[in-house]
Design a protein around this ligand. Structure first.
Ligand code: NDP
Length: 264
């Protein structure tokens, strides 16, 4: 029986998820197809999922909170994050997961970091902060405006406004979760602050993928080990793949290796 999967978002034309999943199905000889669906109203997510008879889906910007609210059961760290990027249909119920968090952690787990600074306080920062906290990594947040920091303050994170921040401690890992550098040449906070931070850090990670952002470019000047968001994208997809097709008993690492080859 052919199984159907899809990614929902707006915009969605640029998404690499269909390529990653379909090429992996083809490689493994699995009878499945993964499409992309442009959604204009998040409230219609569940109706669309059910009417397309999907076995599973990924949900991306700006519908992850809808995916959290509309599924029948929220599983794992998605409960704390308040956002789901993966839905799986199980016995006529929809289970919601967040594989962004674990996907990010897979990328940095071998670094052995003890402290991290996250720049940005949006949806992806929630996933990154909560998975770091789950692994006992002391995490501080920096954002240009106050409102989105409240989520993190309420959960006990050290939070600062970029304008009011002065570097006192040091951070092993610095993560850009903002969209600064995505379609422009901006840094996520002042160059002066970043220089002070990079001077004492070991690793820089930018969630943006496919380009060397000004953030990563500056980090390279300080000889930090730098990563863009490509591996996070691959791991979140591999973890979703594993949830979609559990009977295959594949390891996420093996799926990720396959997907990495596809992307190259
Ligand atoms: P959100 O819109 O939820 O949050 C964006 C955050 O970035 C906010 O805190 C915002 O600050 C801040 N911000 C935006 N522009 C600037 C700027 N010019 N300077 C400083 N701060 C800025 O976005 P997401 O968290 O969902 O996504 C953020 C990025 O992460 C995107 O580029 C996305 O593509 C990438 N991403 C990559 C993934 C991967 O697998 N590699 C997975 C998920 C996301 P404010 O609160 O003041 O508005």
């Amino acid at each position: 029986m052919l199984r159907f999967f899809a990614v929902y978002g707006n915009p969605i034309a640029h998404s690499l998820s269909p390529l990653l999943h379909n090429a992996t199905y083809a490689h493994l000889g699995i009878g499945a197809y993964y499409g992309r669906i442009l959604l204009t109203d998040g409230k219609s997510l569940k109706e669309s999922f059910l009417s397309h008879h999907l076995s599973g889906a990924n949900i991306t910007i700006p519908f992850k909170e809808y995916a959290y609210d509309l599924c029948d059961e929220v599983c794992g760290i998605a409960k704390e994050i308040g956002a789901c990027n993966t839905w799986v249909s199980v016995d006529d119920t929809i289970k919601g997961y967040n594989t962004d968090a674990e996907g990010f952690y897979e990328c940095i787990k071998d670094y052995g970091v003890k402290s991290a600074l996250i720049i940005g306080a949006g949806g992806s920062a929630k996933a990154v902060a909560l998975i770091l906290k789950a692994h006992n990594i002391a995490t501080t947040l920096l954002n240009r405006s106050k409102t989105k920091l409240e989520f993190f303050t309420q959960r006990g994170f050290n939070c600062f406004l970029s304008d009011e921040f002065s570097v006192e401690g040091s951070y092993d890992l610095v993560i850009n979760t903002t969209s600064a550098g995505l379609n422009d040449n901006l840094l996520p906070c002042s160059e002066e602050i970043l220089r002070d931070i990079f001077n004492q850090a070991s690793y820089a990670f930018d969630l943006i993928y496919g380009k060397v952002t000004p953030f990563l470019s500056l980090a390279k000047d300080y000889h930090l080990t730098c990563s863009d968001g490509r591996d996070m994208l691959i791991y979140q997809a591999a973890l979703a793949f594993k949830l979609f097709l559990p009977s295959l008993h594949l390891q996420a690492q093996d799926i990720a290796s396959l997907m990495r080859r596809v992307l190259l």
